[in-house]
Design a protein around this ligand. Sequence first.
Ligand code: AMP
Ligand code: MG
Length: 318
Amino acid sequence: MAILGTDIAHAKQLLEQGQLVAIPTETVYGLAGNALNPDAVLSIFKAKERPSFDPLIVHTDSIEKIERWVTHFPKALKALSTAVWPGPLTILLPRNELIADIVTSGLETVGIRIPNHPLTLSLLQSLDFPLAAPSANPFGYISPTQAAHVNEQLGDLIPYILDGGSCEVGIESTIVAWENNQLHVLRLGGLSVEVIENLSHQKVTLHLNQSSNPHAPGMLKSHYAPRKPLYIGDIDQLLKQHTGKRIGVLSFQHAVPDINIQRTLSTKGDPHEASKNLFRFLRELDQSDAEILISEFVPEFDLGRAINDRLRRAAYSE
Ligand code: AMP
Ligand code: MG
């Protein structure tokens, strides 16, 4: 098992040696390595068993540093990221030769963000290289929002986990690109479309590719998935359809009578509280002795849209 702690100097030393360290962010825990060291990046893909066509997001602590690794920083993206960072927004920028092909799966753009977590920000400030960090879970499984989740699954493969408590946002960052003088959202996430539109004073275009085609990087239909079958829809109907089975229920606001194994995302009906709880509850239900899991969609506004996107992918089966 990995060692858990808050020793930034130790994390820095390991990363400088090309080793991997799990880091807390406000979205989910990341499996981090030196983004400028292709061997370290390769070991991230290996540890996660992540396909090489799925590019990594690069993390750092300042816009000045970002300028070292990109050829151009469109004004609109700079204004938006300055308003949001540190925060759950990833932007795509044209990379220069310091960012190796392996990081971006050969794409000419690199996804970059400044995460909002005090431990990880201090670590990033102490480093003169950025950290490539996908979520710290085996590829396709539920993302980790606590240090213990990382340890359960990747603890034998990494020396150290920076323990920063529970992730406040709880779902991955929103990914935005600038093309043809327009903002495009490529992945829904912890920053809502409404907030992006308010901050940027423009309508964004959604490009949420649902294909399983490896050439559309990372936009896989099946993702964030528990090991147990997950069905989404009207909870009462699903309960009837699956009578006789041990069922674990994930509801949005209201607990379901007479169900032993269940979690409720937010009794207040708050999409932010729901996103913070989503992956932890899915993981707990997956580890319960339920045979199947059922859930309902949450209201489709604010972070609810990103939550529903995760639920859809978690439930997908072919
Ligand atoms: P994560 O799974 O949170 O590590 O985020 C990685 C995801 O970001 C990938 O699966 C892609 O969907 C997206 N991504 C990262 N870099 C790029 C890029 N250069 N172009 C398009 N999408 C990217
Ligand atoms: Mg992930």
